[in-house]
Design a protein around this ligand. Sequence first.
Ligand SMILES: [Zn+2]
Length: 326
Amino acid sequence: MYKEIYPNIFHLEVPLRNNPLKALNCYIIKGEQSLVIDTGFDTQENRDLLRKAFEDLDINPKSTRLFLTHLHSDHTGLAHYLDELGLEVYIGEVDGEFLRAMPDRNSHHWQGIIKLAELQGLEEDQLILDDHPGFKFRPKALPQLNYTSEAQSFQVAGYNFSVLDLPGHTPGLQALYEADQGLLFSGDHLLEDITPNITFWGEKYGDSLGIYLDNLDKLRTMNISKIFSSHRRLPQDHLKRIDELAYHHEERLKEVLAILEANGPSTVREVTRSMNWDIRAKDWDDFPSSQKWFAAGEAHAHLVHLREKNQIKEEQHKGLLYYSLI
Ligand SMILES: [Zn+2]
């Protein structure tokens, strides 16, 4: 169930049932004041799993801290439950504010997502918020949140972890970094078997793909001996993996440019429909609606990145965004 994969660092595989990610890598660092990193969805199975792990490892929840790398519910789902058990919950302020807005359907967060879908042209697909995976699995209750900021540190079991801002996958993703030993708890910033999803979060959060790529580069210069990432296998050669991810996005950007060249001014929806997707659907109409939100968000992030690099222009017409070559 759990394994000590580094001195006093335990890996617990928390299942994510019916989700393509399959499982979350939850980390428990045992010490006088233990530290848990990320949680999994809020299900009875996962509640039992974590409680049992604390018992087996002889960890007192009341003197344990929970650090959340980012807002996604596969990472934060159990935070409320763990808060009830007595853990102190920590998250960066940017993602923490998102989290606070999640339970309420009428919050600026969900209303912003609906507005964005309209600008993207998704109105035609008649998507409803209830099909949005982030909405479906949103936390229904929130823990008391303590906000962390860069360079803040967590001491546990002789390790000194400092908080590192690595936005991109979400606007406020934070990692934990142990500089002496070169250990990085990367959340979803760098994954070995999955391309981290990069989506457009609205103009307030800017060019998320550009921010992500800069923060991938940031890892190149750091002393890193081991990366503890959040899904599937851990990266062995992170420099190689960074190259692969950077290449993936370069190819994606080329694909988007080729689509605009062939089709002329296009909405986000039109560009999304023309892109290749690694999904078992014969065409756009066959896409499950949950995947339409994701796909359009990803296409939009690439369009905004090209716009920021002055390779394409954006115009708004009758409530829709159009992108075209300059
Ligand atoms: Zn995530």
